[in-house]
Write a new protein. Structure first.
Length: 730
């Protein structure tokens, strides 16, 4: 269908900072409540539907492929907490899970019960049916789901708008009745202390979790007490209880500095209404986390500490509770020293063991320390080995302090998600669950490998490649369709994981590539620092270097390569579109942060002030302003030939406002539309979900449908719409 794209009106608004005046003709689209804005978004959606209508058969095929591979009536691995095994069920035709539990069998207290999907187990209790909660709502998201230690009360919170502000309720699981307690406008999460005190977070107008509140069951919300308030707008707060149930921990942290407070809440000596004590006052560019462990009968803080100068990758130390005034205090001892090539990710503390998580060569590693000899000595961390080159592993579902087993999650690009149980006495491993993939799935048909690409400044960029075994990326004279994914911000790591959706690409001959660019955390803290603030350009040039390498090696060509990134990765997509549009056959940007300078100059917006440590502070610093102005995608759209671009957005997104991709697409059409249409035949498409937020549509079937649409668009742009003949022939 030949349909003219929507044309946004121009209503000039001048932005003035540091003597720089910028006229923005599309800023009026920020008015979320305007009927004119809604009409424009509706027109954009209609245009996108019309321009992608020919892809509907492919979208349906991908959706059906995915649906046929997923066991729709299924359940999670039961997790023990207290005297119950907790798990969730999914049922065919239902979009949301049902949360359930059954009592522990005291003849086999650590053996998970055998439960059949779709059949109620003996003694099974339904705690929360999310399908019932979501009934009649256009959007639904579950925030908290927190139980008292005795398992009597469930605190849960829901969001039916998509703006990540939740309403919290309390359910008595003994009677099945809802209590009168209702808390409005709370953040994610809730933490119980004892059986009647609930701690939770509130957010300010900029969606910053800045306060920790205490609620007592049975009292009105008006009597709740604010126990901690963080006034510095660069800091976020958090709250939780140690696995030992001994201490409540309140954390407050910026991107580079942190501080922790604690309260003894144990049943024997604690007081949930007592005063918090600071572990160690904040010091600029020093971050630390603490957890509780008992060694030789002494309550110790297990400390993970990092400093930008000297200890960027972190170290692990310990000291008795109440003695850590400074890290040079004689009571503080180092267990795991800092290394330049190994990043300390964290430590899980249990009664009889510690689990250390580190990152080396872009792969997370786990190691175990035995503390069962309580004579007072500290043991050694012994590595937990895995066979594959590229994988992800971590602890999961370990709520019990005294557990004799350790649960570990494992997955890779070709191995469906697994849950292993390690016997801490014998070391024996038992596979408790592997994600079921229906149909003729055979992991031996797929392979993953690591490629290293040299950036212009000599940095070695890790690149993950995933493809069918009968597809040879380096086959002479052949080029392959490639989906190149990137993120590169917030020290986030794009770790290997299995995807049913990816199979639909791989089975059409696509080589899936992940560029682990600077700004992410795959190669340690320095890797992150080299891709933020005034070095942010490295993120973009790294991604382009990877694209150039894949083309130069003959793995793909600009006519067959599509780039994808979301949120901050959407900023990457926008920058790459301006800097290297000729490398790609298409670019997909999901909830993209493509107007960063405008947003970061508005302290009243969600996240802005906390973001100044990530991107720099252009509000006060002209040099940062000019640097960001040099790469901000929206501000740098030029009259050049762009590839087709698909932008995905949510009207109620509080992290990346819908207005950013909306303005971006409007400007692309205005400035580059005619050139792009003449030289590349390009479409600039915007698809905005009018009911969701940053996480996209809610409900698993709705998410599958949305992903199928995006996958179909990418496959079409790569020219990879047909399935390969068979596993043995390319």
């Amino acid at each position: 269908m030949d349909l003219n794209p929507p044309v946004a009106k121009k209503k000039p608004v001048t932005r003035s900072f540091h003597g720089r005046d910028v006229v923005d003709v599309y800023e009026w689209l920020r008015d979320k409540d305007s009927p004119e804005v809604h009409a424009h978004l509706t027109a954009e959606n209609a245009y996108t539907d019309a321009r992608t209508g020919h892809l509907k058969p492919l979208e349906d095929a991908v959706f059906d492929e995915v649906k046929s591979r997923i066991l729709e009536t299924d359940l999670s691995v039961p997790v023990r907490s207290g005297q119950w095994w907790y798990f969730s069920r999914t049922e065919e035709g239902k979009s949301y899970p049902t949360m359930c539990r059954i009592p522990v069998d005291h003849d086999a207290p650590w053996t998970p019960p055998e439960i059949v999907p779709g059949e109620p187990a003996d003694g099974e209790q339904v705690m929360l049916d999310c399908n019932a909660l979501a009934e009649g709502e256009e959007f639904f998201s579950l925030g908290a789901a927190s139980l008292t230690v005795d398992g009597t009360l469930l605190a849960y919170s829901t969001d039916t708008v998509g703006d990540e502000r939740f309403t919290l309720r309390i359910k008595d699981l003994s009677s099945g009745e809802l209590l009168e307690d209702v808390l409005e406008g709370v953040a994610y999460g809730a933490t119980w202390v004892g059986d009647d005190h609930l701690f939770y977070q509130r957010v300010d107008d900029a969606w910053r979790p800045h306060e920790i509140w205490r609620h007592r069951v049975g009292t009105p919300e008006s009597e709740d007490v604010c126990v901690f308030r963080e006034d510095d707008e660069a800091y976020w707060t958090g709250v939780g209880v140690t696995r030992s149930e001994r201490f409540l921990l309140v954390s407050t942290a910026s991107k580079t500095t942190s501080e922790t407070w604690y309260l003894d809440v144990s049943a024997e000596t604690g007081d949930p209404e007592g005063e918090l004590t600071c572990v160690r006052p904040r010091e600029k560019d020093v971050q630390y986390d603490v957890d509780h462990v008992v060694v030789g009968g002494v309550d110790e803080w297990l400390v993970v500490r990092e400093e930008l100068e000297g200890l960027p990758n972190g170290e692990v130390g310990h000291c008795p509770v109440g003695t850590i005034d400074g890290f040079t205090d004689p009571s503080y001892e180092v267990l795991v020293p800092h290394r330049d090539d190994v990043r300390v990710e964290g430590v899980d503390c249990f009664a009889d063991h510690l689990v250390l998580s580190t990152r080396e060569n872009a792969i997370e590693q786990l190691a175990l320390m035995d503390l069962s000899d309580h004579s007072g000595g500290w043991g050694r961390f012994e590595p937990i080995r895995f066979d594959e080159e590229l994988y992800s592993a971590g602890t999961v579902g370990n709520s019990e302090w005294q557990s004799p087993v350790l649960r570990v999650s494992y997955t890779s690009y070709v191995t469906p998600a697994q849950v292993w149980e390690i016997d801490l006495r014998t070391g024996e491993r038992v596979l408790r669950r592997e994600q079921t993939v229906l149909g003729d799935f055979d992991r031996s048909r797929y392979t993953a490998s690591r490629r290293w690409v040299t950036a212009s400044d000599g940095a070695r960029i890790p690149v993950s490649l995933v493809h069918r075994t009968d597809v040879d990326p380096l086959e002479e004279g052949a080029t392959h369709p490639v989906l190149l994914y990137g993120y590169g911000s917030y020290e986030a790591c794009m770790d290997p994981y299995f995807s049913v959706f990816r199979l639909s690409m791989l089975d059409r001959g696509v080589v899936y590539a992940v560029a682990h660019v600077r700004g992410g955390g795959e190669m340690g803290r320095t890797w992150y620092e080299q891709g933020k603030t005034l070095q942010k350009m490295n993120t973009f040039t790294d991604f382009i270097a990877v694209a150039d390498d894949l083309i130069a090696a003959g793995i793909t060509s600009p006519e067959k390569m599509v780039a994808e990134g979301g949120s901050a990765g959407g900023l990457l997509m926008g920058a790459v579109a301006n800097m290297a549009p000729d490398r790609f056959a298409g670019i997909e940007a999901v909830v993209p942060f493509v107007d960063p300078l405008t947003s970061i100059l508005m302290p009243e917006l969600p996240l802005t002030v906390t973001e100044w440590e990530e991107w720099g502070d252009p509000y006060h610093d002209p040099a940062v302003y000019d640097y960001m102005a040099g790469y901000a995608p929206y501000e740098n759209v030029t009259a050049q030939a762009y590839p087709p671009i698909l932008a995905i957005s949510g009207l109620n997104d509080t992290r990346v406002l819908y207005v950013e991709p909306t303005k971006w697409i409007a400007k692309l059409r205005e400035v580059a539309g005619e050139v792009s249409a003449a030289e590349r035949g390009s479409d600039f498409l915007l698809k905005t979900d009018m009911t969701s937020g940053h996480g996209g549509v809610s409900g698993r079937y709705e998410k599958w449908r949305q992903s199928a649409f995006e996958t179909a668009w990418e496959l079409d742009r790569m020219g990879a719409t047909e399935l390969l003949d068979s596993p043995g022939r390319g």
